[in-house]
Design a protein around this ligand. Structure first.
Ligand code: NIG
Ligand code: FE
Length: 410
């Protein structure tokens, strides 16, 4: 089965297979071909180039006059498996309570954990798959999903089994992250050590033996998991072959970045609050800094200092953080626009961050994230728009005409 896209106004994010991420100044460049063709064979990108070199025949031809084609968004940080919602806390925050105050009153992550524990695996799957369908229609073509709203052995495994079922039923690449260390359950409030033991001695072996996750995460933050707690969990998880991706520096900087780099974390995520030591720790590492601007937007907290990171020669990835508490949105188009509007990333930088660098942050850069021969044919075809800068500029509208996953129109 072959599909030929013709007369593409501009084909974005053309890369060779050796480029697995873009850093520093290079993020300002988004390689493209104007008046291009793209040729897909089965689920893979077979060829692309200027229109005058297009092949003559294909099983299907799609005329893209006036339309832009780019790789699908790579959302490397989500929590889309959750039960119900936290609308009430949203209203409480409008009325003046902080995220921290809500959490201290038994709301927040523990509220979601209670709901999730009471929800069946089937119902949880139904809710999560609706969210996944929605974000695919918004252009997401690879996604990471975390556990972390279970917080008991059974409920954490239930969440991870839901993610496993999503992997089986969907064509887009899905990566699973074990986030048992998301919050301390109430019953362990006065014995945090016992919960850490439960994560290390009960949860991790089960997650590993059922092969339920590729990655391990922890909420390394004041009032949650300390740098030392997180370090122990990451070290234990790596013995089971799980690669760290860590929530750090959302509210305070306590040394979590350096500790994550020491543990060869694939990514450090949030980074709303950064100091010079955090940036130095990332230099020379293979760890991807991941910014989550719709979380900053929703909670009215600072935005990740992407410009400082790029000026230090570092890469930046963008992801949604889709979750019921801090970011009830999985719209990568909004993330890209908000990165431009609030973080002062250029459209080129934001698109690099939301595609190739996002793929890197999931260990998927060989499969997705750019228009590269041999990569998966996961692409976005926009409506007729004046230029790619129009995507973040005209931020409230849906500019997507169609999404292809594995070469098939969704
Ligand atoms: O990434 N910061 C920790 N975890 C989630 C939010 C958790 C919640 O409020 O449910 C996040 O923002
Ligand atoms: Fe998160």
């Amino acid at each position: 089965m072959t599909t030929l896209f013709t007369n593409i106004k501009e084909l974005l994010q053309i890369r060779d297979a050796a480029t697995t991420k873009v850093s520093g100044k290079d993020m300002a460049t988004l390689p493209s071909i104007k008046n291009a063709f793209l040729f897909i064979k089965d689920d893979r990108i077979e060829d692309f180039g200027p229109m005058d070199q297009a092949p003559q025949t294909a099983d299907t031809t799609v005329d893209c006059t006036g339309q832009i084609v780019l790789p699908t968004w790579c959302d490397s940080h989500t929590h889309i498996v959750y039960a119900g919602n936290r609308e009430q806390e949203f209203v409480d925050r409008i009325n003046g309570l902080s995220y921290e105050e809500i959490a201290n009153n038994g709301g927040g992550i523990l509220n979601s954990a209670k709901k999730l524990q009471e929800t069946s695996e089937e119902a949880l799957y139904e809710q999560a798959s609706k969210r996944l369908d929605e974000v695919i229609s918004l252009g997401t073509g690879a996604i990471e999903i975390k556990s972390g709203y279970g917080l008991t052995v059974e409920a954490e495994l239930k969440m991870l089994r839901v993610i496993k079922k999503l992997k089986e039923n969907y064509a887009l690449p899905i990566k699973a992250t074990f986030l048992g260390a998301h919050a301390f359950p109430t019953e362990f409030k006065n014995n945090k050590e016992a919960y850490i033991q439960q994560i290390i001695e009960e949860m991790l072996p089960k997650v590993a033996s059922e092969k339920l996750a590729e990655f391990v995460d922890a909420f390394c933050e004041t009032g949650y998991f300390s740098v030392e707690d997180t370090d122990r969990i990451l070290i234990a998880a790596q013995k089971y072959g799980l690669t760290p991706k860590v929530h750090v520096n959302q509210f305070t900087t306590i040394g979590g970045v350096a500790m994550s780099v020491k543990n060869n974390a694939l990514s450090v995520d949030h980074l709303e609050v950064m100091n010079a030591d955090d940036i130095t720790a990332l230099q020379g590492s293979t760890t991807m800094p991941v910014a989550l601007p719709s979380c900053s937007y929703f909670l009215s907290i600072p935005y990740t200092p992407a410009r400082d990171l790029m000026n230090a020669g570092l890469p930046v990835a963008l992801a949604t953080d889709y979750n019921p508490g801090s970011t009830p949105s999985g719209n990568m188009n909004f993330v890209v626009a908000t990165a431009c509007i609030k973080m002062k990333m250029t459209p080129e930088e934001a698109i690099n961050a939301a595609t190739l660098n996002g793929a890197y942050a999931m260990n998927l850069a060989e499969e997705v994230g750019s228009i590269t021969k041999g990569k998966k044919a996961n692409i976005i075809v926009t409506k007729e728009i004046p230029s790619y800068g129009f995507l973040p500029y005209s931020f409230g509208s849906n500019h997507i005409d169609s999404v292809y996953i594995d070469g098939k129109k969704i």
